[in-house]
Design a protein around this ligand. Structure first.
Ligand SMILES: Cc1ncc(COP(=O)(O)O)c(C=O)c1O
Length: 327
């Protein structure tokens, strides 16, 4: 029976969903949404704040600052509330109002930057806002998830060894790419400890992380409009890009089976099922994909028919009528 006194002390690290019996995808889905921050980002947030404390970078007057489209902001808000730190989260209009409200309820000062950058995203504008703020006083400590090595180390030390221990016969691991912290931590771990495992990055069509052409994207979670500093393609075996309609179709399909999961889970499962069908036709390698969060944060986007009609048109293939027999 876990008994805790700090929110980060509880995290479900060993829950896998067998998608064969859910939607026919030959994949185990590692569910990372069961903790008090509701996402995998809790691990990166704890690792970055712990390192800053260890290195004496946080003083009594410090104000933590971070740019986040939601989940890291929520995770840092939880840690800051627990440890008594002030925290400013710089976000953009794609961060839904529930996430903003959640951070505010934890005592975070939420700043919404609505200037789009040249790549049709907000990342550059958000980071410029953070830089300008930090230039005004030494009190501000920017954790910078896009370049902070403790972001990927969290997954090198926790996520990847947990997967390796659960799946001694693992052949392929699929990891979505945002800051690429999860991807880099897992890819480095498997390259060093289990080089036989193929690590496949899953990104959104329209993201520039692996050199794609920037496009307007509306699904929050994965993908970038500015290439993250953490990314090192030499440790990644392959990259697959998934369109937003495919992401939404997979999310809706899983929800119709009782599993309401986050947008990037749809992207990763969509990419994994396509990649496996292409590379292992008719075979059944042991494959795992990481699900970063649950679906409640997406009720006003992916799971809302009005939002879908607005962004993808009425005849999108992913309304509630999308139903198929159980596999
Ligand atoms: C829902 C969701 N999926 C995926 C990611 C990407 O994870 P990473 O930043 O480790 O690449 C994030 C990051 O914020 C996220 O919030």
């Amino acid at each position: 029976m876990p008994i805790i006194s700090s929110p980060h002390e509880f995290n479900v690290e060993d829950l896998y969903l067998d998608l064969r019996r859910v939607n026919g995808t030959p994949l185990y889905l590692k569910c990372e949404g069961f903790n008090f921050a509701g996402s995998i980002k809790l691990k990166a947030a704890v690792a970055m704040v712990d390192a800053a404390e260890r290195e004496g970078r946080i003083g009594p007057d410090s104000v933590l600052v971070e740019s986040s489209s939601g989940n890291l902001g929520i995770a840092l808000a939880v840690i800051a509330a627990d440890r008594g730190y002030r925290f400013i989260c710089v976000t953009d209009p794609r961060c839904n109002s529930t996430a903003q409200q959640l951070m505010r309820s934890l005592g975070t000062d939420v700043r919404v930057v609505s200037t789009q950058d040249a790549n049709l995203g907000y990342l550059h504008s958000r980071i410029q806002y953070v830089r300008d703020l930090c230039a005004t006083s030494d009190r501000y400590l920017w954790l910078n998830q896009y370049a902070n090595p403790d972001n990927w180390r969290a997954h090198y030390e926790k996520t990847a060894p947990a997967i390796a221990a659960s799946f001694p016969d693992l052949a392929v691991l699929f990891v979505g790419a945002g800051t690429t912290g999860t991807l880099m931590g897992c890819a480095r771990y498997f390259k060093q400890h289990r080089p036989d495992v193929t690590v496949v990055a899953v990104d959104a069509v329209g993201s520039v992380t692996f050199g794609g052409v920037p496009e307007r994207r509306v699904v929050p979670g994965l993908g970038t409009s500015t290439r993250p500093q953490l990314v090192d393609e030499s440790v990644v075996d392959d990259v697959v890009h998934v369109s937003e309609p495919d992401t939404i179709r997979v999310c809706r399909e899983l929800a119709a089976r009782g599993f309401v999961l986050g947008g990037s889970t749809g992207t990763v499962v969509g990419g994994a099922s396509r990649w496996l069908a292409e590379k292992y036709p008719g075979e059944d390698p042991v494959a795992v994909a990481i699900s970063p969060d649950l679906g409640e944060r997406y009720l006003t986007s992916i799971y809302d028919d009005h939002w879908l009609n607005e962004h993808f048109g009425q005849d999108g293939p992913f309304t509630h009528s999308h139903w198929s027999p159980h596999p």
